[in-house]
Write a protein that binds this ligand. Structure first.
Ligand code: FEO
Ligand code: CA
Ligand code: CA
Ligand code: CA
Length: 656
């Protein structure tokens, strides 16, 4: 093991996202006073509805709309938020467990055997900790809602719950590490709806597992860069595997984008003994939670200081071609990408939104140079290699400036250590620092509303934000609950449709999570939100076809202390029910809620229940004694992360 300081591994539920590695300077005292004054004015304006309408750039004005009393358009009956060993869904719905960790992905795959795990079996089975879900209809190009490819990302492994022979996560055996590596990545599996129930098609010709060992291609401006080259890859254009795939996205040409998030967990070694020490520090590397470096030199910094530069990217996968090689699209930047959500701009260009999920990190968007071609799939093949990456700067006047990360422009020059666009992208965070980006309260999903064109940024929490560092876009110190920002693009061109490529947006706070009955929480919702309707820690998100926002929560280590289930909430984003959140689905104890994903007709919602039983409260949750055995509830079978398919009993659209 290295000499570098490590996380305290005696704390099994340590949340790496909650450690900041952005050393940005504090604002000056004058700036702080100005911020506080403007914040007070804005809050005062919000309470005094007449005055607030005159606020510049309608900051908080849309929250005012929510003060009109009125009903949600969501017709489901709300459930209570009790934390239990089981999952629960709104009455009148069925929630079917569709596929679990260890389930077969191929007809000839071994059956899950909890006492005999090995890499050769795991690579034929569903991976661990399902997060992002895409439903890609079959055939390609159709909007079939009864048959398709379920594409699921597997973020990380929880070895204490997976292995009966677990000792310590930094003392895993070679065979156990094989299992961990094969349980990461992505599963692509055909599914079909038969008599109202979903089933996996084990002989589906597109079925595939992608893991931490699958060959990938590195493309875009950083491909081939000297800092991307390693002993095994002198070209800097090929990388083994993709890891910590969290949220994601999918493109209109039928590919899936999976985002590499906490890739710093996997490396070990002493960064001060490498040529990349400062750079590694800015990315929090190493933060060793795995001992893969004991068996794979590339995860040891002193042996391969460039290997971390080959992770932290958005990876494009063609699920309709099982022989295709996943491609790391470096033009989209390198950070702890939570997800990568795609929208076709009014002019045909492709815009991809992404958050960098760590305390005090940033929100990004990529704008392609070329336009989407709906007639020719092949013409879109490399759209994501050429374009401009921007980072968001939230101004006090309610505008959001998108600052371009372009080599040679502004501070991104040789003087500051950037010799080409590859440097700018490999060091995305340092580039964004120099451009004055706004450090946010852990950006998770960034989701465009398909109906209104507004864009919603889930900011999950930042308990370390100090009074000195609050700003209008991150207005609470010790932000334990998170908030959601609404970005409003201007109208573009003659079409008057939203211009996602525009350099300046407006923004306002859509809601501030927390308990609205506790004034010290400073929660902001629709005033009619119920005792079960308020939420904490927004994370993944999706829109239904009517433009209503579905919000997944992830309390992390606070779940047991809060004593409330994570799950799925939904609300309107406009009209009388704006920000009137209602609870729809509750996860079993220890799990966070991921997915969500709708079939094109909106009648099925796929949900990913991630890390069930991870945190049980008083005592550690282990293979032998887990906090829940969801979903099997069989002795000897540990909890298993699983995808759940939710349908209405009457087959109607979810949400009504
Ligand atoms: Fe993997 Fe930011 O959650
Ligand atoms: Ca997560
Ligand atoms: Ca997440
Ligand atoms: Ca989270």
């Amino acid at each position: 093991m290295s000499q570098n300081p490590k996380v305290d591994v005696s704390q099994p539920e340590f949340d790496q996202d909650d450690v900041a590695s952005n050393p940005s300077k504090l604002p000056s005292l004058a700036q702080v006073i100005e911020l506080r004054l403007s914040r007070r004015e804005a809050l005062g304006g919000m309470l005094a509805s007449v005055a607030a309408t005159s606020l510049p750039s309608n900051l908080f004005a849309s929250t005012l709309d929510s003060e009109k009393q009125g009903a949600s358009t969501l017709t489901f009956e709300e459930i209570d938020r009790t934390l239990t060993p089981h999952h629960r869904v709104s009455p009148g719905h069925q929630a079917q467990v569709l596929i679990r960790w260890g389930d077969r992905v191929f007809a000839d795959a071994p059956l899950y055997d909890p006492l005999n795990l090995d890499g050769a079996s795991q690579v034929r089975q569903f991976g661990y900790n399902n997060d992002f879900i895409a439903f890609m209809p079959l055939p390609l190009g159709s909007d079939n809602s009864t048959r398709g490819l379920l594409c699921v990302s597997h973020e990380y492994t929880k070895s204490a719950l997976m292995f009966d022979q677990f000792t310590h996560r930094l003392e895993m055996t070679s065979q156990q590490v094989d299992v961990e590596m094969m349980a990461h990545g992505q599963t692509i599996i055909e599914i079909q709806l038969v008599d109202g129930d979903w089933e996996t098609v084990l002989d589906g010709k597109f079925n595939r597992r992608i893991t931490a060992l699958t060959p990938t291609i590195i493309s875009g401006p950083a491909a081939g860069h000297p800092r991307m080259r390693t002993t095994d890859d002198s070209t800097g254009r090929q990388c083994l595997g993709t890891i910590n795939n969290c949220a994601g996205g999918f493109t209109p040409w039928g590919t899936v984008l999976i985002a590499e998030e906490n890739f710093n967990y996997y490396f070990d070694g002493d960064r001060t003994k490498t040529s990349e020490a400062d750079h590694l520090t800015r990315y929090g590397i190493p933060s060793t939670l795995y001992n893969w470096s004991d068996f794979h030199d590339r995860f040891h910094l002193e042996k391969e200081p460039h290997e971390p530069n080959r992770f932290g990217w958005v990876v494009e996968i063609d699920p309709y071609d099982p022989d295709s090689t996943p491609i790391k699209r470096t033009a989209l930047g390198r950070c702890k990408h939570e997800g990568a959500t795609v929208v076709i701009n009014h002019d045909g260009r492709i815009v991809v939104y992404s958050g960098d999920d760590q305390r005090y990190e940033y929100v990004y968007k990529f704008v392609s140079t070329g336009a989407y071609n709906a007639e020719n799939r092949e013409a879109n093949r490399h759209l994501l290699d050429d374009g401009i990456l921007y980072v968001a700067k939230f101004l006090e006047d309610g505008t959001c400036e998108w600052k371009p990360l372009v080599w040679g422009q502004g501070p991104l020059t040789a003087e500051n250590g950037f010799h080409n666009q590859g440097d700018v992208l490999i060091s995305t965070r340092q580039s964004a620092d120099l451009l004055g980006a706004t450090p946010m309260d852990r950006p998770e999903d960034v989701e465009p509303n398909p109906v209104t064109g507004k864009v919603y940024v889930m900011l999950t929490k930042n308990p370390s934000r100090t009074e000195e560092r609050i700003d209008m876009a991150n207005p609470r110190a010790i932000n334990r609950f998170g908030h959601i920002i609404e970005l409003v693009p201007p109208e573009g061109g003659k079409s008057k449709r939203p211009d996602h490529a525009a350099p300046t947006f407006h923004w306002n706070i859509f809601l501030q999570a927390g308990d609205p009955d506790q004034p010290e929480h400073e929660a902001i919702y629709h005033p009619d939100v119920s005792r079960n309707g308020w939420l904490v820690n927004p994370d993944n998100a999706a829109f239904d076809n009517k433009g209503r926002l579905w919000i997944a929560s992830d309390q992390g280590e606070m779940q047991a202390k809060n004593g409330i289930a994570d799950g799925m909430w939904a609300c309107d984003t406009q009209g009388d029910g704006r920000a009137l959140t209602k609870m729809f689905f509750a996860c079993p104890i220890g799990a966070e809620m991921c997915g969500p994903c709708f079939t094109p007709d909106g009648t099925t919602m796929f949900l990913a229940v991630q890390h069930p039983g991870e945190e049980g409260g008083e005592k550690p949750s282990t293979f032998a004694d887990p906090a829940t055995r969801w979903p099997d509830f069989k002795d000897g079978v540990p909890p298993r992360p699983s995808v759940v398919a939710v349908r209405r009993d009457d087959g109607g659209e979810i949400g009504g």
